[in-house]
Unconditional design. Structure first.
Lengths: 349, 229
């Protein structure tokens, strides 16, 4: 596999130095690096050899691939991503069948211990026939590829946490990468799908510094998942003032008030949507008028209705409390009657 | 059922049931007791004036200021902080509104057209921190002071603990502390509040219901006997 420098590759694709530096500055800022480190990021990135990447898609919907490749237009993020030596990705590669599998095996042999393994989709642990590639079940493919990987990027919430295939009742016994692989560093880039710049940011950090980014308790890069959507939401002042939309078409919604009462999961969701946004920084779900559904958090599909406020208590009916009032009153009256009798007896004695 | 579902569902319902049953049982059990008829002639007839004692006892007396100032200041700091955080923090208000809708089919806005005001999160955080600091201070004082230590029992320490629980877990949930997922922090916070509700009627926390009744009846008794309030 040829592996020219990333800088050469980008120049050959018509990326100007200005665009490249702008990307480095933005990515450095997102990673929480000092502006003084931008030249270092740019130099390291331009000189970085295209690392071998093997991408295994398992139980997934191709949304993560769609997010990064941005079929509607080529961006610097997608070019950077193309700048890696993507040696296997059966959705994107031209080769098919035996040729594709041979490409994977060759890349693994030539780069054993050094390649980056990207996994999107969860891994079924039930019937092996639930999901297979070229006659191989997902579980054995992952175990084999993980052995020779330098690190693993679990791309999307399915690979990171089980996602929708792992949602109740989880018919395929779907599990995340971390449930299978225990002896390799794993970076969870969660989201359904993850933001393109978050994916490239993680790759950039790996290429620039040759090490994995600092991770949070759920294995996600702190630089992108360190804050909640709510922390950086432009509707936050309305939350602070207690101004909430009660329905999607009321005056509050038209005024752009907070969507907390309509089930927004922003306060519990760690992601960079509110700052990086989507579609070249155009917007993100809350800006488009819908609450965050918390897609970058574990088990987001099983956390109740998307339109129930986070504070919702699952209270049945008034009848239970009515019975409690009756029982409490009866107990109070009975114990007072008993005490009165004792008082009377004591006075009489 | 996960921990949050349990905390929001059965645990919430049962803790409220125990709270209501326990409070009514204890309150009615006390209020319906026989009061011994006082056959002596009252020194002063205006017994209702005794109700002034409710206000008078809520403020330190000049003569005892040196001995009571610490407790008074810490008591007010805790109670004000706790009650404001409880009733004016946005998610709490929405939670109460949700319970109200579950029980009555409507909330305050539906009943009266009024909006329940809320406080900014920063203010609630500060108030909670003040409450926690006050609780820690009174515990230290209770342990250090030999008289208070002597008259303290399990009820005092356990009531302190279950009061501190919702404050600390609430702050942890708000700040996403401990590296736990928010849902688990929220569940632990709810369970801590539910433990408070369950213990409330059976320990000294019941003073929330009895304190003004006790002060009022004592004041009326004093007034009747001609004592200076």
């Amino acid at each position: 596999m040829s592996s020219p420098l990333l800088g050469e590759f980008l120049r050959s694709r018509g990326v100007t130095r200005r665009d490249f530096l702008q990307f480095c500055t933005t990515t450095a800022a997102l990673m929480g690096l000092s502006p003084a480190l931008v030249p270092r990021v740019a130099a390291a990135l331009a000189q970085a050899r295209r690392p071998s990447v093997i991408w295994l898609p398992f139980q997934e919907c191709t949304g993560c691939t769609e997010s990064i490749t941005r079929a509607h237009g080529s961006t610097l993020e997608s070019l950077i991503f193309q700048g890696i030596s993507l040696d296997y990705q059966h959705t994107l590669q031209a080769a098919a069948g035996d040729a594709a599998e041979r490409a994977r095996e060759t890349a693994m042999q030539e780069n054993w211990g050094r390649y980056l393994l990207i996994v999107d989709g969860s891994i079924p642990t039930g019937n092996k026939g639930f999901s297979s590639i070229a006659g191989r079940d997902n579980l054995s493919l992952l175990q084999e590829a993980a052995r020779g990987a330098a690190a693993i990027v679990a791309l999307g919430s399915c690979a990171a946490f089980g996602g929708i295939p792992g949602a109740n009742p989880n018919p395929t016994g779907a599990v995340p990468v971390s449930a299978i692989v225990k002896d390799k560093p794993i970076i969870n880039v969660s989201g359904c799908p993850p933001i393109p710049v978050v994916i490239t940011g993680v790759l950039t950090q790996y290429l620039t510094f040759g090490k994995l980014p600092e991770l949070d308790a759920l294995g996600r890069p702190r630089s992108f998942y360190g804050q909640t959507i709510h922390d950086r939401c432009y509707r936050r002042p309305f939350y602070e003032r207690g101004q909430f939309a009660d329905s999607f078409d009321d005056e509050g919604a038209r005024q752009g008030w907070c969507l907390y009462k309509l089930g927004c999961r922003g306060p519990t969701t760690h992601n960079a949507c509110a700052t990086v946004k989507w579609n070249d920084g155009t917007s993100f779900p809350i800006e488009a008028g819908h609450g965050c559904i918390g897609c970058s958090e574990p088990g987001f599909w099983d956390k109740g209705g998307f339109y129930q406020p986070l504070s919702t208590g699952q209270w049945g009916s008034a009848r239970t409390l009515g019975v409690a009032v009756g029982v409490g009153t009866a107990l109070g009256v009975a114990s007072a009657a008993l005490a009165r009798k004792r008082q009377k007896d004591a006075e009489g004695a | 059922m996960n921990l949050l579902d349990f905390a929001r569902g059965p645990a919430l319902q049962w803790s409220l049931v125990i709270f209501v049953v326990g409070v009514l049982w204890r309150l009615l059990g006390m209020l319906l007791l026989r009061t011994r008829k006082d056959l002596s002639k009252p020194r002063r007839d205006a017994a209702w004036k005794g109700l002034r004692l409710i206000a008078l006892r809520s403020w330190p007396r000049k003569e005892f200021l040196g001995g009571t100032a610490f407790g008074e200041v810490m008591g007010y700091a805790f109670h004000i902080g706790f009650l404001l955080a409880l009733f004016f923090y946005v998610p709490h208000v929405l939670f109460f509104a949700d319970i109200s809708r579950g029980l009555l089919g409507t909330d305050l806005h539906g009943l009266t057209g009024l909006h329940w005001p809320t406080l900014p999160n920063g203010v609630v955080t500060l108030l909670s921190a003040i409450s926690i600091a006050a609780l820690v201070a009174v515990l230290i004082h209770r342990i250090v002071n030999p008289v208070k230590r002597l008259i303290s029992n399990f009820d005092d320490y356990f009531s302190w603990l279950v009061t501190l629980g919702p404050l600390v877990t609430g702050m942890a949930a708000f700040a996403h502390l401990g590296g736990w997922p928010y849902e688990r922090l929220l569940a632990v916070h709810l369970l801590a509040a539910e433990l408070l509700l369950v213990w409330f009627p059976f320990g000294k926390l019941m003073h929330a219901f009895t304190i003004f009744v006790a002060r009022g009846s004592t004041g009326m008794l004093f007034e009747r006997k001609g004592a200076s309030l």
